[in-house]
Design a protein around this ligand. Structure first.
Ligand SMILES: Cc1ncc(COP(=O)(O)O)c(C=O)c1O
Length: 458
């Protein structure tokens, strides 16, 4: 059975070690950590565990990126239509992800736009999705004059509750759009089962979760398309950029045409036979992405190693629990480190206060309801669309009224009110650090946990 590291056992072992005096080198190391640990938290005037930034920076680059950029510059083929870097990377990335095809675009947002458009989602349609996502997911449903039908979230994960999807399907449902947030897969196998039963295509928003897997398969390769973002704050980056993955050649042909003003990528039909826009990635973006992908493989392995180490250590502390995985064989990416936080175990200290104390220790945690706590169904953009001429033309007044009435989501709205707290850390940088930095993350959390009573008063 797993040992639980409570504040009481922490204080007990620390003082027992102090009294006995004789130490092996490993217990000396532990003692050093513990002695620092019983110091006053930095937020109360103690010494912070870390006073310098983490050793890793972001984004990480060197001469390889510089040379690749200069190479693209000197080629005088800055647009992908005359270059080869974009098309080469499409092949590399499709193979690495286990998809038959990849189409690159200038962002994850435009990858979502192209996917929905090419699946025929349009005015008057409904797309089932989650309220708990970055707004880009919802923007692209609405920009196609379709209604985002919000299904409540699973309180254990913050992902769309797959059990509730079937009840949300209507004759107007044209797609299901689940989101794999923070490197954690949604319940994608269950979602696919419901979608397949009803013959509804799935567009996966895997923008935050490149290289997450369920039962050996990468997220973004389950649905009709899967969308990835290479925007600078993600874990595989080129400033701005995106990808669509898919296995259906005709759909991918339309997607490739869509990002290129409707030209046929197969070159069989001349002119502009498909719906389109210009969402092309430049050769400069592809030059950086190609180099970054070489680094990404090592970075991903480091995050796995360090993420597991920190997660394992922190979940020894009573009140911090590993976030639920839907399938036993799930690979999360540690893009964010997220732990469930039970404030009862921490003298009722809110997760936000606990995280503030950690930041004072030099460890960049945040705390509170899940990331996008308010929920996209509460954003003003929704009403702006509902009142637009496009929506008023596409939907009857009665349908829009019914839709507005449906925008109540007990679990999501409950999270906003303070239930279901988490501690989370944007970990793409910290988890690339040294072993000492990993130990300091753990040490800081233990230290703050040991002083919750004082924190409550602070
Ligand atoms: C869940 C989610 N979907 C879509 C996007 C949009 O990606 P991009 O910024 O590349 O347009 C993001 C980016 O933050 C995201 O986090």
């Amino acid at each position: 059975m797993k040992s639980r590291y409570t504040r009481r056992t922490f204080l007990k072992t620390t003082s027992a070690t102090l009294i006995t005096g004789s130490l092996s080198s490993s217990s000396a190391h532990l003692l050093a950590a513990n002695v620092r640990g019983v110091d006053k938290p930095a937020i109360l005037g103690g010494t912070p565990v870390r006073s310098a930034p983490f050793s890793s920076t972001w984004p990480i680059y060197d001469d390889h990126e510089a040379q690749a950029l200069v190479g693209a510059l000197n080629s005088r083929n800055w647009c992908c239509l005359r270059g080869h870097l974009v098309y080469d990377f499409e092949k590399t990335f499709a193979a690495a992800m286990g998809a038959k095809q990849c189409v690159l675009s200038n962002g994850g947002t435009t990858a979502l736009r192209a996917s929905l458009q090419c699946l025929g989602v349009g005015a008057g349609d409904e797309v089932i999705t989650t309220p708990h996502t970055f707004i880009a997911t919802i923007n692209e449903i609405c920009n196609g004059h379709a209604l985002p039908v919000f299904v409540d979230i699973d309180p254990r994960t913050g992902s769309i509750d797959a059990e509730l999807i079937e009840a949300a399907i209507t004759e107007h449902t044209r797609a299901i759009l689940p989101v794999h947030l923070s490197g954690f897969p949604a319940d994608i196998e269950k979602i696919m089962a419901v979608a397949n039963k009803h013959g509804i295509p799935v567009v996966e928003d895997a923008c935050q979760s490149v290289f997450a897997e369920v039962n050996g398969r990468k997220v973004g390769t389950f649905g009709a398309t899967g969308c990835i973002s290479f925007q600078e704050w993600k874990s595989l980056v080129c400033g701005e950029g995106g990808a669509m993955l898919g296995n259906d050649p005709q759909l991918m042909r339309r997607c490739a045409a869509y990002v290129n003003n409707g030209r046929d990528p197969a070159g069989e039909i001349s002119g502009y036979p498909f719906a389109g826009s210009n969402h092309r990635m430049t050769e400069f973006q592809a030059a950086i992405l190609t180099e970054q992908f070489k680094r990404f493989k090592n970075q991903d392995a480091a995050r796995q190693k360090n993420g597991r180490y920190v997660e394992e250590a922190l979940t020894q502390i009573a009140g911090l629990t590993q976030r639920k995985r839907y399938a036993e064989n799930t690979r999360i990416t540690y893009f964010r480190l997220e732990l469930d936080y039970d404030r009862k175990a921490f003298a009722d200290v809110p997760a936000a206060t606990f995280a503030r104390a950690l930041r004072a220790e030099g460890i960049p945690f945040s705390g509170g309801p899940r990331n996008y706590g308010r929920g996209c169904h509460k954003e003003g953009m929704l009403e702006a669309h509902l009142r637009s001429r496009g929506f008023e033309t596409a939907f009857s007044t009665a349908r829009l009224r019914k839709y507005r009435d449906s925008l109540r989501l007990p679990v999501m709205d409950g999270l906003t009110a303070g239930a279901g707290e988490i501690l989370s850390m944007d970990s793409k940088i910290p988890l690339l650090g040294t072993q000492r930095e990993m130990d300091q993350i753990v040490e800081a959390v233990r230290k703050v946990a040991a002083h919750c009573d004082a924190l409550k008063i602070a």
